[in-house]
Design a protein around this ligand. Structure first.
Ligand SMILES: NC(=O)c1ccc[n+]([C@@H]2O[C@H](COP(=O)([O-])OP(=O)(O)OC[C@H]3O[C@@H](n4cnc5c(N)ncnc54)[C@H](OP(=O)(O)O)[C@@H]3O)[C@@H](O)[C@H]2O)c1
Length: 262
C-alpha cells in the first residue's frame, strides 16, 4: 500500500458515501475505525472491508453522544495512531409539504448531528494530532454549505457551519502540520439523496464520489468540491447580486421526504 494514511476513522460508514469511502479505503496494512448506528449495515460494510485486507474496528455510536464517541476514538488511537479522520455522518431535511416551515425540532436535530456530531468527532483527537504534528482531518460539508438551497434551510445552515469551522481549523492547524480538507459533494446517489425530490444535476454514484475524495485526500487537497460544473456554477452564482443569485436557484426547488427522524 503506497498511501500517506495507515489509520483512518470514518463516521457514517454504514451507508451511502461513507460506505463507499470505507470500501475505497479498505486495504492491507490499514486500520479502519468505522462508526455508525445501524448494526447490521455497519457489520456488512466491515466484513467487506476485512475481505479487502483492512484491519477493521466498528463502533455503534451516535455522533451526538460526545462521551461515548471520545472514549471510542481515544481507545482506537491508542492502538492505531490516527492519521486520517473523516467526519462524514450527517442527516438531511427540507421544508414541510407545500413549502411550509420545517417541522419543530428539525433544525435542532440537524445542528446536533451535522455540526455537533462533527465537533464530537474532531475534538477528542485534536490534542493528539497537534502533539504528533501530522495527520489530516476531512469534514464532509456539501455544495449546499457553499450556496444554500431555499427548500433546505436548516441543512444548508449546518453545512455552512461545518465549512466555517473547517476553514478556521485549517488556518489554525497548519502551523502544527495537521492538514484540514473541506469536502463539498454535489448530488451523490445514496439513501439520503433518494429522498431529494427535485432536480439532481450531474449526480454521480457513491463509488465514484469515494474514489474522487480518496484520491484528492492522498494529494493533500484542502478543498474537494464536485462535480466541477455545479461547483463552478455556485462559485459564479455567489458573485451575483442576491436577487439575481436567488433566481438562479429556482431550478433547484425540491420536496425532501422526511427520514426516520432518529
Ligand atoms: N448524498 C448526497 O447527495 C450528499 C450531498 C452533499 C453532502 N452529503 C453529505 O455526505 C454525508 C453522507 O451522506 P450520504 O448521502 O451518504 O447519506 P446516508 O446514505 O443517509 O448516510 C448517512 C450516514 O450517516 C450516519 N449517521 C447519521 N446520523 C448519525 C448519528 N447521529 N450518529 C452516527 N451516525 C449517523 C448514518 O448511520 P446509520 O445509517 O447507521 O444511522 C449513515 O452511515 C452527509 O454528511 C451528507 O450531508 C451528501
Amino acid at each position: 500500500m503506497t498511501s500517506r494514511f495507515s489509520s483512518v476513522v470514518l463516521t457514517g460508514a454504514s451507508s451511502g458515501i461513507g460506505e463507499a469511502l470505507a470500501l475505497e479505503l479498505a486495504a492491507p496494512g490499514r486500520a479502519l475505525l468505522l462508526v455508525g448506528r445501524d448494526a447490521e449495515r455497519l457489520a456488512a460494510v466491515a466484513d467487506r472491508c476485512r475481505r479487502a485486507g483492512a484491519n477493521v474496528d466498528t463502533a455503534l455510536v451516535d455522533v451526538r453522544d460526545a462521551e461515548a464517541l471520545a472514549a471510542t476514538l481515544l481507545a482506537f488511537d491508542d492502538r492505531h495512531p490516527v492519521d486520517l479522520l473523516i467526519a462524514n455522518a450527517g442527516v438531511s431535511a427540507g421544508l414541510a409539504p407545500g413549502r411550509g416551515p420545517e417541522a419543530p425540532g428539525v433544525s435542532r436535530r440537524l445542528l446536533d448531528i451535522n455540526y455537533g456530531g462533527m465537533l464530537n468527532t474532531v475534538e477528542p483527537l485534536l490534542p493528539r494530532l497537534i502533539a504528533r504534528r501530522g495527520g489530516r482531518i476531512a469534514l464532509v460539508s456539501s455544495l449546499a454549505g457553499l450556496r444554500a438551497l431555499p427548500d433546505m434551510p436548516s441543512y444548508s445552515g449546518t453545512k455552512a457551519a461545518v465549512r466555517g469551522y473547517g476553514v478556521a481549523l485549517r488556518g489554525w492547524l497548519a502551523r502544527y502540520g495537521v492538514g484540514v480538507t473541506l469536502v463539498y459533494p454535489g448530488f451523490v446517489t445514496s439513501p439520503m439523496s433518494a429522498r431529494h425530490g427535485g432536480a439532481r444535476p450531474f449526480e454521480i454514484s457513491a463509488e465514484k464520489a469515494a474514489r474522487l475524495i480518496v484520491r484528492r485526500l492522498e494529494k493533500g487537497r484542502r478543498v474537494i468540491a464536485f462535480p466541477f460544473p455545479l461547483a463552478l456554477g455556485i462559485f459564479l452564482g455567489n458573485l451575483l447580486p442576491p436577487a439575481l443569485s436567488d433566481l438562479t436557484m429556482k431550478p433547484f426547488e425540491a420536496d425532501v421526504a422526511p427520514d426516520d427522524g432518529r
